[in-house]
Write a protein of this length. Structure first.
Length: 261
């Protein structure tokens, strides 16, 4: 029961993690305009992985996708790749995990096969979670670097302030961090459930075989081969039988009358 519960909980948590990764990748609020120095503005800008948007004070929003790939920074493209790889692995892990659930029977699938599928899906979820966390962290590092560089450029030269937009963390980053953590925890739970799905007989079969093999001892000794000849039972010596003395030439003398008493 605990194994089934752990497997189902791992599947649900991983599903939330994969869904959150898809949501974070599609969101446009990876970076938002910093309004610390100018809280009242007629234009508010925010950017995502696929397009940048501008929202006016009237409520009108205009978004423009990135039409170029080569013109984007290399780290930006790496974040895209990490998020896509994480989503693909997560979706594949969900399909594998559905068939590996212990409560679902498909034909004559053995528990050993389900255990292997559960372990495979768990590893996929762990890699997907690590990809999401790494991608979001790399983008956050880019924002921090650009933020301090923009702050330095704003207040240099003649004490005059240059008009330059600064961007800070958007809501998509926090969604991505939480989603990656959920996928990672779900993958660990699936790996733990794999151990309980392995049958007991297959788990200890090799151990018991080796132990019994070490206890076997072989004793060597002289081997007596049968000659196929046995003495006549009537000629065997019994109790009360005394052999008559032999003569010097080795022949037994005839019995005397005292032998019959």
């Amino acid at each position: 029961m605990s194994t089934t519960l752990c497997q189902v909980m791992g599947f649900l948590v991983s599903s939330l993690g994969v869904g959150g990764s898809i949501m974070a990748t599609a969101m446009d609020t990876w970076s938002t305009q910093d309004l610390y120095d100018n809280p009242v503005t007629a234009v508010f800008q925010y950017q995502g992985l696929w397009r940048s948007c501008v929202r006016q004070s009237s409520g009108f929003t205009e978004c423009r996708p990135y039409f170029t790939i080569l013109g984007l920074p290399a780290m930006f493209q790496a974040v895209r790749a990490l998020m896509i790889v994480g989503i693909v692995l997560g979706i594949l892990g969900l399909f594998v995990c559905i068939f590996a659930l212990k409560c679902i029977r498909i034909g004559s699938m053995e528990d050993t096969a389900k255990a292997n599928m559960t372990l495979t899906s768990g590893i996929m979820f762990i890699i997907a979670g690590l990809c999401a966390i790494t991608g979001v962290s790399v983008f956050a590092n880019m924002l921090v670097t650009n933020f301090w560089m923009s702050t330095t450029n704003m207040y240099q030269g003649m004490g005059m302030q240059n008009v330059q937009n600064r961007y800070t963390f958007g809501s998509a980053l926090f969604v991505g961090w939480v989603a990656g953590g959920l996928a990672l925890v779900g993958g660990i739970m699936m790996c733990l459930a794999c151990k309980g799905l392995i049958p007991e007989e297959s788990r200890y079969k090799a151990v018991s075989y080796n132990a019994s093999g070490r206890n076997i001892s072989y004793r060597t000794g002289p081997y007596k081969a049968g000659s196929g000849y046995e003495a006549d039972p009537r000629t065997r010596k019994g109790v009360g039988y005394e052999e008559a003395p032999r003569s010097d030439d080795g022949r037994r003398p005839y019995p005397s009358k005292h032998d019959y008493v």
